[in-house]
Design a binder for this molecule. Structure first.
Ligand code: AHR
Length: 637
């Protein structure tokens, strides 16, 4: 392969960007990257998910019941849990089993609970085993409930004296009924946080965040389908997601569970800030999953909400919504350059929804946003970009940027290698993953159980295709990105996890996304090879931010030849003796079906990194086996 040192194009967005879409699916937010350990902490509910004591168990015969008190903790949290001592009283209380377990280590946990009811005495908060009598840590919290007239917050720190041997643990809170004249107490907002990523209050779970941190350089949020909500009366309303946690009502999630809204808009923004990455913000555009389409004369409300949201994100601290952000602790505006109008607006609502999108919904949002923020680039979520039915493709209206979501069989991702070669409109690939086996089932069938090796290599081929067109493909996002192994609905994710951090597992795809992301380019360079493309797919570029490093990326997909594929890469201008890092990912047995299963803990991906030297003609020579992915980068620092 010869790589020219001139020609080609600058990438459209600085260095090439890889990242992910986040929405709460698979308990990836609550019970996932959001570090809260208590499940159902505030008895939030919606029409879709009835209120319950799910996650709680009684201690010493206490009766646990949901109450709708005349004086609730807040308007947003009208339900609470009554803990009533049995006849004879005693020390009673409840346990919470967390998101199917709790990881207990010798580290400080921050706890909170609110109580209503007169109580003289102390509470005991303990982290304990669910299987044995072991208590790993316990602390007493003096009651502040002198009169019982009002809700009172109790906070505490708990440092276990030993690590628990497994995650089958609970948080227990008890009190002595003798000190409670009524024989019962009402509890709400029962919360417990371990240390979080970068010590952010109300922040992210460390081990899960670390799987995404470092390689990703862009995040798209919120959602996915989550943004759209089930109906246009229950969409993801950003205003419900900000402010004190006890003022957040929660959200009727679209993936089978009520969400706490603990990970709200400001937390998303701080997530991006802590990851030091840019983000694409999606705003609700008046179309929900049930196909509810907001008519034109009712759309203004949602346009206003989007404008307010943008002001909350990037408005100065003395603007109406910027001052709200400042009040919440973040006076500095966030940098926001990309706003997406809706999510997959070609899908819900069928042709009618799609039609309404390009006829009035998208133009009205675009015009309103750009009138106030002419520098914001608007993304158009309404194009399926389905090349198999070109009539179905309604290109974004210039200067908008399209958003392409290929969930595909690996062969299809390879077929799409040149998809963007002749496309003039800019796009992001806002959601991509190999989800189905070759010649297997379509979208009505099941996804593969985990990302698997040939799927990963298929993704790599399409990613090289996007990178070759990086002047017009502005970013590539894996989706969905996280999966809690205890409750999920979408099996193909970059990372799997459960309560026990030992189960946190990077999928086969993670190893290739990490590889590509950590070798960015700022300019695509022309490449030429007499061999054409297939089974080797390749592209190259240079990175001005790394002193003009030359980078070649390649993937070998389904070679019929059993022998390794010999490769020579000649970077124009590179002299004999120049060194380059050759970073390769293979599957040791060459097994296309191999995957990383959290329960076996075996990593099926082999990583080899070596520094190689250009030969007398300035050419790098190496070989790659079938189903492999490699990067050659002259930045050896
Ligand atoms: O990633 C899962 C879902 O796939 C997203 O919510 C949606 O945007 C897409 O259809």
């Amino acid at each position: 392969v010869s790589v020219s040192s001139s020609g080609g194009n600058a990438t459209g967005y600085g260095q090439t960007r890889y990242g992910f879409l986040h929405e709460d699916i698979n308990n990836s937010g609550d019970g996932g990257i959001y570090a809260e350990l208590v499940r159902n902490r505030a008895f939030q509910y919606s029409r879709k998910y009835p209120v319950s004591t799910d996650g709680y168990y009684s201690i010493n015969g206490a009766k646990l019941s949901i109450q709708m008190l005349d004086e609730p903790l807040s308007e947003a949290l009208p339900a609470s849990m009554r803990v009533k001592a049995p006849k004879g009283g005693g020390v009673v209380g409840f346990e919470n089993e967390g998101y199917w377990g709790m990881d207990v280590k010798q580290q400080p946990y921050s706890g909170t609970f609110w109580v209503k009811g007169e109580y003289h005495g102390h509470f005991t908060a303990s982290l304990q085993s669910n299987l044995t009598d072991a208590v790993f840590g316990s602390t007493k919290v003096k009651s502040k409930c002198k009169t019982g007239d009002e809700w009172v917050e109790h906070t505490y720190e708990l440092v276990p004296t030993k690590d628990a041997p497994n995650s089958n643990n609970t948080l227990a809170i008890t009190f002595d009924a003798a000190g409670a004249p009524s024989g019962h107490l009402d509890f709400n907002f029962i919360s417990l946080f371990p240390p979080t990523f970068k010590d952010r209050k109300n922040g992210l779970r460390v081990d899960v965040a670390e799987t995404l941190y470092g390689w990703s350089s862009v995040i798209r949020f919120p959602g996915g389908n989550m943004l759209e909500g089930n109906t246009n009366r229950s969409y993801w309303n950003w205003k419900d997601s900000i402010g004190p946690l006890i003022e957040r009502p929660g959200f009727a999630g679209v993936w089978g569970y009520q969400q706490t809204h603990g990970l709200g808009l400001l937390e998303y923004l701080e997530w991006a800030e802590d990851f030091e990455v840019e983000f694409v913000l999606a705003v609700y555009a008046g179309l929900s999953l049930n196909g509810d389409i907001t008519p034109e004369d009712k759309l203004q409300r949602f346009i206003d909400e989007a404008l307010e949201e943008i002001e909350f994100v990037r408005g100065p601290a003395d603007s109406t919504w910027g001052s709200r952000r400042a009040e919440l602790g973040h006076p500095e505006p966030f940098t926001l350059e990309y706003v997406e109008v809706g999510n997959e607006d070609w899908l819900a609502g069928g042709d009618k929804g799609w039609n309404a999108y390009f006829r009035y919904r998208f133009p009205l949002f675009q015009q309103a946003i750009n009138e106030v923020y002419p520098d914001i680039e608007i993304l158009y979520s309404g194009s399926a970009y389905d090349t198999s039915s070109p009539g179905n493709y309604h290109p974004p209206q210039n200067p908008a940027i399209g958003d392409y979501h290929p969930y595909r069989e690996p062969d299809d991702l390879v077929d799409e290698f040149d998809l963007f070669d002749n496309q003039t409109v800019r796009h992001i690939v806002g959601e991509v993953a190999a989800t189905f086996v070759n010649n297997g089932t379509g979208f009505d069938g099941d996804l593969h159980p985990f990302p698997w090796w040939i799927g990963t290599v298929g993704e790599a081929v399409s990613m090289i295709g996007y990178e070759r067109n990086a002047d017009r493909v502005l970013g590539t996002f894996y989706a969905p990105v996280l999966r809690n192994m205890n409750r999920w609905q979408w099996s193909i994710t970059l990372v799997q996890f459960a309560a026990d951090p030992a189960l946190t597992t990077r999928s086969t795809s993670w190893y290739v996304w990490d590889l590509f992301a950590l070798h960015p380019i700022t300019h695509v360079l022309p490449v030429e090879s007499p061999a054409g493309y297939g089974p080797l797919y390749y592209g190259a570029g240079t990175d001005e931010e790394r002193d003009g490093a030359m980078v070649w990326k390649g993937a070998v997909y389904n070679s019929t030849n059993k022998a390794d594929v010999p490769i020579s890469v000649a970077f124009d201008g590179v002299k004999a003796g120049t060194k380059a890092v050759l970073d390769m990912r293979t599957q040791a047995e060459g097994n296309p079906w191999a995957y990383n299963d959290p329960f076996t803990g075996v990593n099926v991906v082999s990583t080899t990194t070596e520094v190689i030297t250009a030969n007398a003609d300035g050419v790098f020579e190496f070989s790659m086996p079938n189903l492999s992915v490699a990067v050659l980068d002259t930045d050896v620092s």
